[in-house]
Write a protein that binds this ligand. Structure first.
Ligand code: RNT
Ligand code: ZN
Length: 422
């Protein structure tokens, strides 16, 4: 039997099996277009950016490990890599850009000088590729971040420098959202914190609040840009205190009508971001996610289809929160083929959403409300071995992207033809 026929046949059987549970797989496939995943540009080059030719990630307690050959060194290489990635992914995608990835044309443009013109070619690229764009201020890999404090710095010049950076990033975001006709989510994450026990936690938090208020004083229409703030528990070199903790930013987001960004590598290892979504959404309008895979710490391993990611997706789908939760990815593994990393990680997140949609939620809520907890547990277990893969394969086939493991060969070919020659 031909491969295509096999996929279709398997899908027909799966469709009937899910129908028996009251789940319409055709509807699920249609609804997958509502899941927009923002592809973080920084997996292409280990968060290096284009400010200087050999830029490397430094500071801020985030780091890549590994030096697998073939990383993107120029904007052209990065775009070629992203285009390859896009060709291997089904579904609705966006681009998530960091400010250090501007099109600076070899000129040294400091962070407090960036302008829309440095990102116009990215906006055009997004338009050409049918993508929405999201954006991030870059408060790391810079001498003015070396002290460990940026927006919460007690050095007024340093603080002002980063306030200016953030202002400009928001302006660029608003313009990108305007031009592309879809709101650009601007996320603020800063590394500010202290390696050893600080005395004045409060002082830095007051400064961070002040800086954010100053930088966000300009209101942009929500159709153009939305602000998110990202908390963190700790970083390497900032083990004892993080200024922008979860309590801080949740309070900030609620009081200023901002989005809270939940990165699932930024909490105590037994906390689940999936559990936080419905809690936060009682009080904030929208949530931004950084989906990642923390291994023992905020290691930013490539996302896989694990229980944490599944709970996140299930919570969003069960509660019909797809329009209130924006999904971004945040991982950077320099030890494996970077294109492959994107495909594995993005597909894993997409699979989690599809699995969530294949759940007969309303009948399971009925069980729960009737106190049928054995039945609920049994269903949760049984659903794990339903033929999800057949629906996923069919979805990829319909989207004209490689089905199942077929993308491996495509990534290998790209490595041979392009990456290995860099
Ligand atoms: C760092 C945060 C932040 C970064 C990116 C590069 O711990 O997760 O989101 O990973 O902005
Ligand atoms: Zn993050």
């Amino acid at each position: 039997m031909k491969k295509k026929e096999l996929i279709e046949k398997a899908y027909d059987i799966a469709k009937a099996q899910y129908a028996a549970l009251g789940v319409d797989t055709e509807e699920v496939i249609k609804n997958m277009s509502k899941v927009a995943i923002s592809l973080h540009c920084w997996q292409t080059d280990d968060v290096g950016g284009f400010e200087t030719p050999d830029a490397e990630l430094s500071g801020g307690g985030i780091q890549t490990t590994g030096n697998y050959p073939g990383k993107a060194g120029t904007i052209e290489e990065m775009r070629a890599d992203l285009e390859k990635v896009l060709s291997l992914l089904p579904g609705n995608l966006r681009l998530n850009l960091h400010a250090i990835y501007g099109d600076f044309g070899g000129e040294l443009v400091d962070r407090n000088q960036i302008e829309v013109k440095h990102f116009q070619s990215w906006i055009d690229w997004c338009k050409k590729n049918g993508l929405g764009m999201d954006f991030n201020a870059s408060n790391f890999s810079h001498p003015k971040a070396d002290s460990g404090f940026t927006l919460s710095s007690k050095d007024e010049e340093t603080r002002q420098f980063w306030v200016e950076h953030l202002k400009r990033c928001r302006e660029i975001s608003a313009e990108a959202g305007k031009q592309l006709g879809t709101p650009c989510v601007h996320n603020t994450w800063i590394p500010d914190g202290s390696k050893d026990t600080p005395i004045d936690r409060n002082g830095h938090r007051e400064l961070l609040k002040k800086s954010l208020d100053e930088a966000m004083a300009t209101d942009y229409p929500k159709e153009h840009m939305m602000d998110a703030v990202e908390s963190k528990l700790f970083g390497i070199g900032a083990e004892s205190m993080t200024v922008g903790s979860h309590d801080f930013y949740l309070g900030y987001a609620i009081s200023r009508d901002k989005m809270i960004c939940l990165d699932n590598g930024h909490f105590h290892p037994t906390e689940q971001v999936g559990d936080k979504i419905s809690a936060c959404l009682q009080f904030v309008d929208q949530v931004l996610l950084h989906v990642t895979r923390p291994v023992r710490w905020d290691s930013d391993h490539v996302v896989t289809l694990n229980e944490d990611v599944q709970l996140i997706a299930s919570e969003i789908v069960r509660n019909d929160y797809l329009d209130r939760v924006k999904v971004g990815l945040d991982f950077f593994d320099a030890s494996i083929n970077r294109i492959g990393a994107y495909v594995v990680g993005t597909r894993a997140a997409q699979k989690a959403f599809m699995i969530a949609m294949l759940e007969p939620t309303s009948s399971m809520i009925k069980m729960e409300e009737a106190g049928q907890n054995f039945e609920r547990l049994a269903m949760l277990e049984e659903l794990k071995t339903k033929p999800f893969g057949a629906v996923w394969d069919y979805y990829c086939l319909q989207n004209n992207v490689p089905v199942g493991e077929d993308y491996i060969a495509e990534v290998q070919a790209y490595e041979k033809e392009v990456l290995s020659k860099r």
